[in-house]
Design a protein around this ligand. Structure first.
Ligand code: SF4
Length: 358
């Protein structure tokens, strides 16, 4: 079976191709000029193109389906070489703004949310991906390809900056080596050039792996899926809390190297009657005191198999106001793509066997 070119960092490739500077050219053609075939790389000698064709493929990940949302988000379903399916979402964070002279005043801003595993072992109670169990880790290239294929599909100018969040299917820290490699490949200036400071790794809170990630000094941003302020509630939502409780997560975050201009994001999924009270908000302020933290409140978006309910709008507003009044930065994340299956695992589940067989 051919090797997937996206699994190779430019440094690895330069040890394979001769002369080594050809690796940079290959990166530029694949990641910036969106070549889909080595024969397109006209600056390479014919023999090298043939050798690349013999050894590598560029098609280990392909787009199997897309869903457009009215708010500009697009959900992608990808097919892997072994026929498994994964998802990524292109989120429109800010629309293009045109001034009165019809010039672009502000560019559109995008974030791509990528998957890191086929399925997931963590088993969060509110998650659709968890229902399908765990199949396998994604390779670094399979993670990188989600960004490349979306940029290529949209024909985005190569210099178009975007953010990447590791928040799709899977627990990134359960696949740390491949995720770390993907972060490095995505940030390579001769490729997609997405700085680690524009990449956010979101974890369910595997404390020792947060420490290990910090020691790697990748410069990547960190987000913690906290979702509850006491271990008892968190355990019912996230069984992983039995192994790594809230205290251990906060200790690991304290040891994590944070860029002084940045903050650690704490994701807090608000669920009606579970964690949406002002008492919870009080505990959250106490828990995060002394940390460079930002809270991202997300109103639960019910899926078909959900046993939980969305919080009332007033409860979300009061919760946010309480945090802000006490100096804790807090935003309410807009539920983008509500008219598509936006939560992780939903598109894959909806298309079910059909998606897996595509
Ligand atoms: S929310 Fe994330 S970590 Fe939890 S089961 Fe779903 S994919 Fe896994």
């Amino acid at each position: 079976m051919k090797e997937f070119l996206c699994d190779f960092a430019a440094a690895d490739l330069s040890a394979i191709v001769s002369p080594p500077y050809r690796a940079k050219q290959i990166f530029q053609w694949v990641y910036q000029r969106y070549a889909t075939n080595f024969n397109e790389i006209s600056t390479l000698p014919k023999e090298l193109r043939a050798a690349l064709n013999d050894r590598f493929t560029l098609e280990a990940v392909t787009i199997a389906a897309k869903q457009n949302s009215a708010d500009g988000s697009v959900k992608y379903l990808f097919r892997l070489a072994d026929n498994h399916a994964i998802e990524a979402v292109l989120l429109l964070m800010r629309e293009e703004q045109i001034d009165e002279d019809e010039n672009v005043a502000k560019q559109a801003q995008y974030t791509i949310c990528v998957s890191t595993q086929v399925g997931c072992k963590i088993g969060c109670a509110f998650c659709m991906t968890a229902k399908g169990g765990f199949t396998r880790n994604l390779s670094a290239g399979e993670i990188v390809a989600q960004v490349l294929l979306i940029k290529r599909d949209r024909q985005m100018p190569p210099e178009k900056g975007l953010n990447v969040v590791y928040m799709g299917m899977g627990e990134p820290l359960d696949n740390l080596d491949n995720v770390a490699k993907a972060i490095a490949i995505l940030s390579d200036e001769s490729g997609l050039g997405i700085s680690p400071r524009r990449q956010t790794l979101s974890t369910s809170g595997i404390s020792p792996k947060i420490v290990a990630l910090g020691k790697m000094k990748l410069g990547v941003l960190l987000a913690i899926s906290l979702h509850a302020v006491d271990d008892r509630t968190r355990q019912t939502l996230m069984p992983i809390n039995k192994a790594y409780n809230i205290e251990s997560i906060i200790a690991a975050v304290k040891a994590f190297p944070i860029d002084l201009r940045k903050r650690v994001m704490f994701e807090y999924l608000m669920i009606k009657g579970v964690n949406d009270s002002i008492d919870c908000a009080k505990k959250l302020v106490k828990l995060l005191s002394g940390l460079r933290a930002k809270v991202n409140l997300i109103a639960f978006n019910p899926h078909e198999a959900a046993v939980f309910e969305s919080p009332d709008r007033v409860a979300v507003e009061s919760f946010q106001r309480f945090l802000l009044d006490r100096g804790l930065l807090c935003v309410v994340r807009k539920s983008r793509g509500l008219d598509i299956d936006a939560a992780c695992g939903q598109l894959r589940e909806r298309l079910g066997e059909q998606a897996r067989a595509l």
